[in-house]
Design a protein around this ligand. Structure first.
Ligand code: TRP
Length: 372
């Protein structure tokens, strides 16, 4: 399924690329520099760069002067890797990396199988269980699956060289028209019997995510797509008890999208809401995240960066790591392209201070030219 327009971008004269021949070299260089930005030491940085290269499998050795081997929708230019920095008021941001382990597979079914094998290998290596994933395998990784993805995983790179792992699955694997029923069934299978009923309306369920491994409170997360909402409507999306006030969500959405008006609509890429469930005894979500695809609401990354810095500062978070992250990823100036900052998200989880996350593209294959 084609979800994003083909990029007409080009990569020219980026100094980060000098002497870098393969996707693995390119992304492991980026990741090591980001580790330094996020306060991880050189040993962790090397370990995690090796982990990333390992998870990409044979794709890591693919030459960068060849086109991407698949058309993953993980990122706009089809790089199967994306980074994120999750900021907090009281310390350095957490660094995460999202990747598609099966990106080199010929079919979506093989892609899912390769992804599953990668997750099982991680579970053996780092000693965590996969019980939830096992319960959902047949439902969400069926034979002859439909797109646009099969399995992605995200690694949260904490100090010590052992990441926390999240898995992203596709509720539309059995067809987009059945995605709602599939989400309901998935939630029931892992014990959240009434969770589905409380979700807000939307026009699709792009992902279902599971925390695996050593999390304090493992979550299952349901993502809902909302096309054409106004900032005022975005304010109403949380279903979390004692969750974020509507005004906070509305202001975040309006500031990220660069519109001062609550009735202005998101006419570009849709916002996503994400509802996380921790306790099966609890039908209501314990967390809520609003994802704003800022890249479709700016002319260039300079603008996206200004908005991100403003939102971080307003919320008592130090923007300095973000300012250092961009040059860790690319030699181009922010205003010379658009899409490096893919999403800005506001995350609330019960009992924790709110966080802001910036999702950062690798741009291994293409840079989208600025629109103004
Ligand atoms: N590229 C996809 C999108 O834009 C998927 C994706 C990548 C995504 N990173 C994300 C979705 C962060 C939400 C948040 O939808």
């Amino acid at each position: 399924m084609e979800l994003l327009p083909e990029l007409a971008g080009e990569v020219t004269g980026d100094p980060e690329r000098r002497g870098v021949a393969t996707l693995g070299e390119f992304t492991s260089g980026q990741l090591q520099r980001l580790c330094a930005v996020a306060g991880l030491g050189p040993e962790d940085a090397r370990t995690y760069a090796d982990v990333l290269t390992g998870e990409l499998g044979p794709e890591a050795g693919r030459r960068l002067d060849l086109p991407p081997s698949g058309r993953t929708f993980l990122s706009d230019d089809h790089t199967p890797v994306e980074y994120s920095l999750a900021f907090r008021p009281d310390g350095p941001p957490d660094l995460r990396v999202l990747l598609e382990p099966g990106c080199g597979a010929g079919t979506l079914e093989e892609n899912g199988r390769a992804g599953l094998a990668a997750v099982h290998a991680m579970s053996r290596r780092w000693g965590f269980g996969t019980a939830c994933l096992d319960k959902l395998e047949e439902l969400l990784l069926p034979p002859s699956p439909q797109g646009p993805l099969a399995l992605w995983c995200a690694l949260e790179l904490r100090p010590g060289g052992v990441p926390r792992v999240k898995v992203y699955l596709n509720p539309a694997a059995r067809g987009a028209s059945r995605a709602g029923a599939t989400v309901r069934e998935a939630l029931e299978r892992i014990g959240h019997h009434w969770a589905f009923e409380g979700l807000p309306e939307g026009d699709g369920y792009p992902f279902l995510a599971l925390d695996l491994g050593d999390w304090e409170l493992p979550r299952v997360k349901v993502y809902v797509r909302h096309s054409g909402l106004s900032a005022a409507e975005v304010g109403e999306l949380s279903r979390m008890p004692d969750g974020p006030p509507a005004a906070e969500l509305r202001e975040f959405a309006a500031a990220a999208a660069g519109t001062g008006r609550a009735d202005a609509r998101f006419s570009g890429l849709p916002v996503l809401s994400c509802h996380s469930f921790t306790d099966p005894a609890d039908d209501l979500p314990s967390g809520f995240t609003l994802h704003v695809p800022v890249r479709d609401y700016v002319r260039h990354d300079g603008e996206a960066l200004d908005r991100a810095v403003d939102l971080l500062s307003r919320n008592g978070m130090d923007p300095d790591p973000l300012l250092r992250a961009l040059p860790a990823l690319t030699g181009r100036r922010p205003r010379d392209g658009v899409g490096m900052i893919a999403y800005l998200a506001l995350a609330h989880q019960r009992g924790r201070p709110p966080r802001i996350t910036a999702y950062l593209s690798a741009e291994a294959y293409a840079v989208r030219p600025p629109t103004g």
